[in-house]
Write a new protein. Structure first.
Length: 88
């Protein structure tokens, strides 16, 4: 991923016009109503590169009335791609 950013490939192909992209690894935020997060999500998260910092957030089912985070799960770099669930 960072090779494309450093090499300017995104801009060359017309992505993010007029924006300067950071060479830092991306931050991935996955947000969904807590009861609608698919059981296979944990399996999917194991395939994300350990260089990418990600957070899965389960929000209250009544998110249209105001967003309230019910739980968060973060990338755990110490255990090589495994995750740890943390309270909101």
């Amino acid at each position: 991923m960072s090779t494309g950013i450093i090499g300017g490939e995104f801009q060359r192909f017309g992505y993010f016009p007029g924006r300067e992209l950071s060479p830092d690894p991306p931050l991935l935020l996955l947000v969904a109503p807590a009861l609608h997060i698919h059981p296979a999500t944990d399996t999917l998260l194991r395939y994300i590169s350990p260089e990418i910092d990600w957070t899965l957030m389960g929000i209250d089912e009544r998110w249209r009335d105001g967003v309230r985070v019910i739980f968060r799960k973060h990338a755990d770099r110490q255990s090589e791609g495994r995750s740890q669930g943390l309270p909101a």
